[in-house]
Design a protein around this ligand. Structure first.
Ligand code: GDP
Ligand code: MG
Length: 239
């Protein structure tokens, strides 16, 4: 029975699906894939459905509306927990995260980590082709999150992450507050507070070639204020 699952949230990723799925399904060891699509208007869901004919271990969950990365992932986590998966991964559809790094994240989980973080900033800044503004934003967001929360991680906003099943079973997924990128910080912070072992695995992040980024100022605002709220809630023991 397959025990590794990669969850890929999608919104308008039609030009990336075939390539990313081909890469994941050519890996050794094997990873199942769950795509969580928020009814992308560009037909990403339909493309994934067609590809299911080639890939028996490809699953698709379609959600009615675009509700952000956080909701798509918690939906995927709950789906995974209803099944037998032991190692559950988050990965973007856009090939910014190299699927070939998945076995290294898995190795980290198998050799003691509870959360394996594909990290851009554990050894310098390993980002290729991102506009300087975006690199700075991401780097400063990580520093800010670390400063405010004490989370001992260089890449707090990383979205290429592996979890042991027990971590997702322990966190109250219905209580995950963030919708956008702050979600990534919230997950790591809550896992750390529960004393799970976080380990950064160095990766190289490459800007997407196809499709568009979904980042916007709402997502950023949520992250800036939300991180403060995370800290305040934890001070009062509300976490
Ligand atoms: N299901 C779902 N996926 C989303 C949503 N927003 C972004 N994504 C996906 O989440 C991943 C990361 O988003 P992306 O736009 O690449 O962000 P960036 O890499 O930070 O610029 C991609 O696979 C997106 O398609 C959303 O609202 N719903
Ligand atoms: Mg991306």
């Amino acid at each position: 029975m397959p025990e590794n699952l990669v969850i890929i949230p999608t919104y308008n990723e039609k030009d990336n699906m075939e390539a990313v799925l081909r890469e994941v399904f050519s890996l050794e060891p094997h990873f199942d894939v769950l795509v969580v699509d928020d009814s992308s208007p560009d037909g990403t869901g339909q493309i994934v459905q067609n590809l299911q004919q080639n890939y028996p271990h490809l699953y698709l969950e379609v959600r009615k509306e675009k509700e952000g990365l956080g909701k798509a992932y918690t939906h995927g986590f709950m789906w995974a927990l209803k099944r037998n998966y032991q190692y559950i991964f988050e990965m973007d559809a856009d090939l910014s995260h190299n699927p070939k790094d998945l076995p290294r994240l898995l190795e980290a989980l198998k050799s003691g980590a509870d959360v394996a973080i594909g990290s851009r900033y554990s050894h310098g800044v390993n980002v290729v082709n991102w506009p300087m503004t975006r690199v700075l934003l991401s780097f400063i967001a990580s520093k800010y999150a670390r400063l405010v929360t004490g989370l001992p991680v260089h890449d707090a906003t990383a979205g290429f992450v592996g979890y042991k099943r027990i971590v997702l079973e322990t966190l109250d997924l219905n209580q995950i507050k963030f919708k956008g990128y702050g979600f990534q910080i919230e997950m790591k912070y809550k896992a750390w507070r529960k004393k799970f072992k976080l380990q950064e695995v160095p990766i190289i992040f490459t800007n997407r070639i196809a499709g568009e980024s979904k980042i916007n100022s709402n997502i950023l605002g949520e992250a800036v204020f939300g991180i403060l709220m995370l800290r305040i809630r934890s001070i009062f023991g509300w976490l």
